[in-house]
Design a protein around this ligand. Structure first.
Ligand code: ADE
Length: 453
């Protein structure tokens, strides 16, 4: 068995944590019990490019219980939990190629190691595995019956592949299941993003101005949880409908040009690049904290920030980099001239080692987790209870793919409604929540059109 992990010595901790998560993943556990009996994935080789976390471990165990050979690599260089990787290899016999902090070369070498197993199914989070296979090993596509995709960014890339006629096998967009995006993206991202910011900085959120860029499901979650923590929230959005929704949800909506001048903490959740860029850095106040919760590390233009800091960058806490920018670059290259506020005279906002004192002539901007997914880079990702539904969808979709793939076109497919409904029912059951059912008369009424006023 081949693998590449950081430290086999972490195995015991990893197992303990995987079991802790499992206790909060009852839907997935019930699927696993059935998979042990029925072996619906017999003969399958599943290559999984996912965040290697305790929750993912329980998904991979489930696929393995279903009879699949499972090989796994990370879907982000900074999200791997090395103890989990160790336990997956040594306790659960799963081939894992993932080391936290791996560079880009190693990241792709690990994806290649998974492809060396000649998967018959792919399970992706962000579409790096699928694009690697299509670009570098197109001949392997004919072995693959189907794939699944976990996240919004990955689905967008896959739809672009489909539109370009490049997609060589069917993909099921797990992200688009209601029991995935309405919960994982909203409540999962909402909580775990703040968790990452708090763990990295230990700043008080109450009373802060938090700027949330993007008001999709993830942004909604982040904005509502930020408000719940007592922050004043400003939403920045490019879509008129979403902007209107944010307004009616009670948030202040502003262009980033305005928000940049006021924010204490900036959180990007858009899926697009350069959401925070030089013109915004120039406007920001001393001590601004930047975090990204979109899939890729493109939302904060770190190249521009690094250039503006001209080498004045240092790590001030684990996972927090300080960029010092000369005041000469801080007078508002967007809009009317704005002078940055010196918050050392206002008490400062960040508990850094120098107590938040402002360096003469420079303002400081802090970036968490190198601009990578803050919830996985600085915390543990979404809690198990919400990943339970996302990964129940993954497990059931891989079973469905075995049953149905031969009839599926080479395009991006929705999760079948019966799977979404099954996951919702199982989750409610696990929560001990009972719901009403329609009477026969009510069903009849909904089917009829004759009865009006
Ligand atoms: N994506 C977000 N949170 C996650 C988690 N805990 N495990 C796997 N993927 C995730």
């Amino acid at each position: 068995m081949e693998y590449d992990i950081k430290d086999p010595g972490l195995v015991e901790l990893g197992k303990q944590r995987i079991e802790w998560a499992d206790a909060n993943m009852p839907v997935l556990a019930s699927i696993r019990e059935r998979f042990v009996e029925q072996h619906p994935l017999d003969g399958m080789v599943i290559a999984a490019c996912l965040h290697i976390t305790t929750e993912t471990a329980n998904l991979l165990r489930t696929l393995s219980a279903g009879g699949a050979r499972v090989v796994a690599c990370a879907s982000n260089p900074l999200s791997t939990q090395d103890d989990v990787a160790a336990s997956l290899v040594h306790d659960y016999g799963i081939e894992v190629f993932a080391v936290r902090g791996e560079g880009e070369e190693k990241y792709y070498a690990h994806i290649d190691a998974c492809l060396d197993a000649h998967p018959t199914m792919t399970m992706d989070d962000g579409c790096d595995l699928v694009t690697r296979l299509h670009r570098e090993r197109p001949d392997q596509a004919e072995n693959v019956i189907a794939g699944t995709e976990e996240t919004t960014t990955g689905v967008i890339r896959l739809r672009a592949m489909e539109a370009a006629g490049a997609l060589r096998y069917p993909i099921i967009a797990v992200n688009d299941a209601y029991t995935k995006h309405l919960f994982d993206n909203r409540y999962g991202t909402g909580q775990s993003t703040l968790d990452g910011i708090i763990r990295a900085t230990n700043v008080l959120l109450a009373g802060k101005k938090i700027v949330v860029a993007g008001y999709g499901n993830c942004g909604r979650g982040v904005a509502s949880r930020s408000r719940g923590m007592g922050a004043q929230v400003i939403v920045c959005e490019v879509d008129p409908l979403r902007s209107l929704e944010a307004v009616m949800d009670g948030f202040r909506v502003e262009p980033m040009e305005v928000a940049a001048r006021e924010g204490d903490i900036f959180i990007t959740v858009t899926g697009d690049r350069d959401v925070l860029r030089s013109e915004h850095f120039a406007l920001m106040q001393d001590g601004a904290i930047l975090a990204n919760s979109g899939h890729f590390d493109i939302e904060i233009d770190l190249k521009a920030l690094t250039k503006m800091a001209d080498g004045n960058k240092r790590q001030v806490r684990p996972g927090v980099d300080e960029f010092q920018i000369d005041d000469s670059q801080s007078s508002g290259s967007v809009g009317s001239g704005v002078v940055t506020v010196d918050r050392s005279t206002q008490g400062g906002n960040i508990a850094m080692e120098d107590g938040g004192a402002r360096k003469g002539g420079k303002k400081r901007i802090y970036v968490i987790a190198e601009g990578r997914l803050v919830n996985l880079g600085a915390a543990e990702g979404h809690p198990a209870a919400v990943m339970d539904m996302s990964f129940a969808n993954q497990a059931l979709c891989s079973e469905w793919a075995v049953q149905s793939a031969s009839g599926l076109a080479r395009s991006v497919h929705r999760v079948p409604e019966h799977i979404d409904e099954q996951v919702a029912k199982l989750k409610l059951e696990s929560l001990g929540v009972q719901i009403d059912t329609l009477t026969d008369e009510q069903i009849e009424y909904l089917r009829s059109w004759e009865i009006g006023t």
